[in-house]
Write a protein that binds this ligand. Structure first.
Ligand code: HEC
Ligand code: HEC
Ligand code: HEC
Ligand code: HEC
Ligand code: HEC
Ligand code: HEC
Ligand code: HEC
Ligand code: HEC
Length: 439
């Protein structure tokens, strides 16, 4: 209530200023938009910004030379409020966002994957699919007063390429016009993008004990607190923000979501990132709030082994076979993605292969096995290898024969159930995978 009256004072203060000075367009924004767009106005009115006297013009004000600036009831404004605009008052957040992988998400627009969307899908879904998450390259309509073109607007993609050269959109997480931190602390802030067949972080989280604890203790999460240090201001469960961004007693909030990640689980074969040790230590510092060192080390021991299992048993051989098929020009049709085997390979690593790795990293057993390695194995043995063998190329056939005969991880295919069960019971089978647990 106090907040309401303070905001009211701000608005009446600026409105009386406007009455006194009819030429001040800044004050008119609120007066007119309260009528024209009451929902938007009220979002702003109940926000921390209104409370601190940050008004429409502070964010939307522009200079005539800006590529997207236009005249609007006596003021020069732009619709887009880019990270650079927010950065005038929030320079640290702007810098960290700008240095993060998030800011580079728009680079995929020229990638091979985007090619697939354009040929197999078509431009409408490249726009409303890919670009809606990754960000579009914003363009204005020629011969207009710099109005945003409908092909790229609306868009709040995480790596949006803005006319001022800045990358991203802060409202990808901080929904407008509330721009609240309590909203961004919740898993829903990430869930527009981090879900689905190729990166089901939302589903993995919901499955995990962390998600269970969060959704059953949501009232105890103290989400609206000004300070939000895990272990002190809340302690029931971690959210996406807790692990990847928020403060601990020893680390401050980061807007670079890569600061605590040691592996990249995106490519065909996973790799350790630069400074992986430090990044892992940053994440483990979060875990230490609620778990012991032994417990945390145990999690990472198991996680590393699953990533290596996927890499060594499936990803590397699948990639070697695909390269052989391509280099020997065995594909039936010339265009990329016009051949069945390419789709099978794609789903193997890009869908189920990623699901397994994401499940393993964030404690989701169903995604690690049933939606993960189970499907990788099924696709690998019963779709991918048969499709590769269909080419009847001696080199490809010899590679696969050798793999299935001499690689101890695959040789089970030629064994007898009785024998294999004995080997599992005696621990001989498990020994094949010991290397996965070593550095
Ligand atoms: C006299 C009423 C009035 C005033 C004053 C006014 N607006 Fe608007 N504004 C509108 C209306 C009506 C629209 C919607 C126009 C439309 O639908 O094309 C609009 C649209 C906008 C848009 C979206 C434009 C677009 O095409 O994307 C922005 C941003 C905006 N106003 C911000 C402001 C700001 C900032 C101020 C103060 C400098 C302001 N407005 C002052 C009436 C007003
Ligand atoms: C803290 C900064 C901030 C303030 C304050 C702010 N806006 Fe915005 N506004 C934004 C952002 C961010 C967007 C989304 C643009 C983008 O994606 O870059 C936006 C979008 C808009 C749009 C187009 C949205 C749509 O859905 O059509 C309008 C209109 C608009 N603002 C009007 C206003 C008005 C009127 C006020 C004051 C009552 C206001 N804004 C205050 C940041 C701000
Ligand atoms: C629902 C939102 C969403 C859609 C739609 C989407 N992506 Fe993504 N994309 C993501 C997320 C989230 C990641 C990161 C996943 C991770 O790190 O696990 C990603 C990762 C990628 C990567 C890997 C980038 C790297 O650095 O390795 C590429 C390339 C990519 N997407 C391209 C595309 C293309 C092209 C399309 C459309 C055909 C598309 N994406 C559609 C959300 C989306
Ligand atoms: C990936 C999602 C995400 C993006 C993108 C993002 N933020 Fe945040 N932001 C958060 C989260 C989560 C919090 C709250 C963390 C907490 O309180 O523990 C936050 C908090 C903040 C705070 C409050 C900081 C404090 O110390 O209390 C500000 C200010 C802020 N963000 C500004 C920005 C600006 C400016 C941008 C764009 C340059 C931006 N954010 C982009 C997720 C995001
Ligand atoms: C003219 C200065 C100014 C601009 C521009 C501005 N902010 Fe703020 N912002 C503030 C002030 C002042 C506060 C309140 C004090 C604080 O929390 O730092 C605030 C608070 C916030 C918070 C914390 C809100 C909460 O829940 O406590 C977030 C998140 C935020 N701003 C995001 C943004 C984003 C995103 C943009 C651009 C779209 C933006 N700000 C533009 C001045 C600004
Ligand atoms: C609008 C879509 C979108 C939202 C919202 C979003 N992300 Fe992302 N995120 C992406 C995309 C796309 C990528 C992959 C970028 C690339 O590889 O080019 C990504 C990558 C990441 C990465 C990998 C970073 C790295 O350096 O490897 C992490 C961690 C991450 N996001 C966490 C989060 C969290 C936590 C939130 C919510 C607080 C969030 N994201 C919100 C789209 C989004
Ligand atoms: C308990 C802490 C925790 C929570 C909660 C959590 N994560 Fe993670 N996340 C991790 C860990 C640990 C990794 C793997 C880090 C590494 O490789 O060192 C990871 C990895 C990731 C990656 C990188 C994937 C890649 O392809 O490289 C993304 C993206 C991500 N998380 C997003 C999210 C999102 C979105 C949520 C919420 C829905 C979330 N995380 C919840 C701990 C967490
Ligand atoms: C805010 C407290 C909190 C933080 C931070 C936290 N966890 Fe947890 N974690 C929990 C709770 C609560 C459980 C459920 C315990 C139970 O089974 O009763 C849990 C369970 C787990 C489990 C067991 C999963 C299962 O299915 O039995 C693992 C593994 C785990 N956490 C790892 C981590 C790792 C790794 C991190 C850091 C990346 C982390 N946690 C961060 C609170 C936390």
């Amino acid at each position: 209530m106090i907040r309401y009256y303070i905001s009211l004072l701000i608005v009446s203060a600026c409105c009386s200023a406007t009455l006194a000075d009819q030429n001040d367009p800044a004050g008119q924004c609120m007066v007119c938009h309260k009528e024209q767009s009451a929902g938007l106005y009220n979002q702003w009115f109940s926000s921390a910004h209104a409370l601190h006297n940050v008004t429409c013009i502070d964010c939307h004000g522009a200079e005539k030379k800006d590529a997207d600036a236009f005249e609007h009831y006596g003021a020069t404004i732009a619709t887009l409020v880019t990270p650079r605009d927010c950065g005038i008052c929030h320079p640290k957040e702007m810098e960290q966002v700008g240095g993060s992988h998030h800011a580079r998400a728009g680079e995929i627009l020229d990638s091979n994957d985007a090619y697939m969307a354009h040929v197999a899908g078509g431009q409408p879904v490249a726009i409303q699919g890919c670009e809606s998450c990754h960000g579009a390259k914003m363009i204005t309509i020629k011969n207009s007063d710099n109005r945003l073109a409908a092909e790229t607007w609306p868009n709040s993609g995480i790596g949006r390429i803005n006319p001022d050269g800045s990358l991203g959109a802060c409202n990808a997480c901080h929904t407008r016009h509330a721009f609240s931190k309590s909203q961004a602390r919740q898993p829903e802030a990430c869930s527009k993008c981090h879900l689905g067949p190729d990166h089901p972080q939302k589903e993995v989280y919901e499955e995990s004990k962390h998600g269970n604890a969060y959704y059953t203790h949501i009232d105890a999460m103290n989400l609206k607190a000004d300070r939000w240090i895990v272990g002190e201001d809340y302690y029931e469960a971690p959210t996406c923000a807790t692990c990847h961004m928020s403060a601990t007693t020893t680390q401050s909030l980061t807007h670079d979501v890569g600061d605590r990640i040691s592996w990249t689980l995106r490519p065909i074969v996973s790799e350790k990132l630069a400074n992986a040790g430090q990044k892992r230590a940053n994440m483990q510092d979060v875990c230490r709030t609620c778990h012991s060192k032994t417990f945390i080390d145990g999690h990472y021991y198991q996680y590393d082994a699953t990533v290596k299992l996927y890499n060594e048993k499936f990803a590397k051989p699948a990639l070697a076979i695909m390269k052989m098929i391509e280099n020997k020009k065995l594909l039936e049709n010339p265009a990329s993605f016009s051949n069945k085997v390419e789709w099978t390979f794609w789903e193997l690593w890009h869908h189920e292969g990623r699901r397994a790795r994401h499940g393993a990293s964030m404690m989701g057993p169903d995604y690690t096995w049933w939606h993960g390695i189970y499907e990788v194995a099924q696709h690998f043995y019963f779709k991918y290898l048969p499709e590769a063998l269909n080419y009847q190329d001696p080199e490809v056939t010899a590679y696969i024969d050798n793999l299935l005969t001499n690689d101890p991880m695959h040789a089970w295919l030629h064994g007898s159930t009785e024998d294999l069960k004995k080997k599992i019971k005696s621990g001989e089978m498990q020994k094949i995978y010991r290397q996965m647990f070593e550095d």
